[in-house]
Write a protein that binds this ligand. Structure first.
Ligand code: I22
Length: 223
């Protein structure tokens, strides 16, 4: 594409453009109301997320203590929630607010060979449960993220975590839901799937912030 044709007109001349069957793809000007409503739905959910700050702070302090003592976080979700799980483990293994020791955290969906082998041999419901049975030890935290709170593979993972003596935490969409009920602790956030996922990312960052603060306090008190 030459510089003179970039950016292309929307959407008719874009190579491989989606067919304009969706009202969201007809005219950019017409979609702004729906996009504004998207932001309004997120804004409506934020007070509930704000109210969860003390809970997430306590989770972070607890998690930091466990990780510094040698336990691990195992995180899992499906689709967008798998991405949130991996985002969380990356912040913990890498860093978030500043320099600190690496913390043990594994996103279970990211082991693609295990996921495909277990899914192929035992069924999709088992992809996380079997990994939890393999990796989880008493004192570990198994954190399950779900917008619906109804995914069978996450419910099976919660069951497996209980069998391993691990702590079961859930971050879900609207409660009550079966996953929140199956876990020891749950934060349930309102909204449609997209809103819940956006709130979950903020909740993940809040948890990381609390973990980092607790790690820093522990290091300071030991110095
Ligand atoms: O991101 C989206 C839709 O917004 C999807 O990928 C979504 O994550 C998938 O449908 C998941 O399978 C939903 O699972 P869950 O959140 O209900 O446990």
């Amino acid at each position: 594409m030459s510089a003179s044709t970039f950016p292309p007109a929307f959407p008719e001349t874009f190579p491989g453009a989606m067919p304009t069957t969706s009202p969201l793809l007809t005219r950019p000007g017409e979609v702004s109301g729906e996009l504004g409503a998207h932001v309004d739905r997120l804004a409506a959910a934020l007070p509930v997320l704000r109210a969860a700050a003390p809970t997430l702070g306590n989770w972070g302090t607890d998690l930091a203590g466990r990780l510094l003592a040698g336990s691990r976080l195992l995180a899992a979700g499906n689709g967008g929630s798998a991405a949130e799980a991996q985002h969380l483990t990356a912040e913990l293994v890498g860093r978030f607010d500043g320099e600190r020791c690496p913390l043990a955290a594994i996103a279970l969906h990211a082991d693609t060979s295990s996921v495909t082998a277990i899914g192929n041999d035992y069924g999709f419901e088992e992809i996380y449960a079997r990994q939890v049975r393999a990796h989880a030890r008493p004192g570990d935290v198994v954190l399950l993220l779900s917008t619906s709170g109804r995914s069978q593979n996450l419910l099976a993972a919660a069951d497996a975590a209980a069998g391993a003596g691990a702590n079961r935490w859930a971050i879900t969409g609207p409660g009550p839901n079966p996953l929140a009920d199956a876990c020891d602790r749950a934060v349930c956030l309102p909204g449609d799937t997209a809103t819940v996922q956006e709130c979950h990312l903020a909740a993940v960052h809040m948890l990381c912030r609390a973990v980092d603060a607790a790690v820093a306090a522990t290091v300071d008190s030991a110095a």
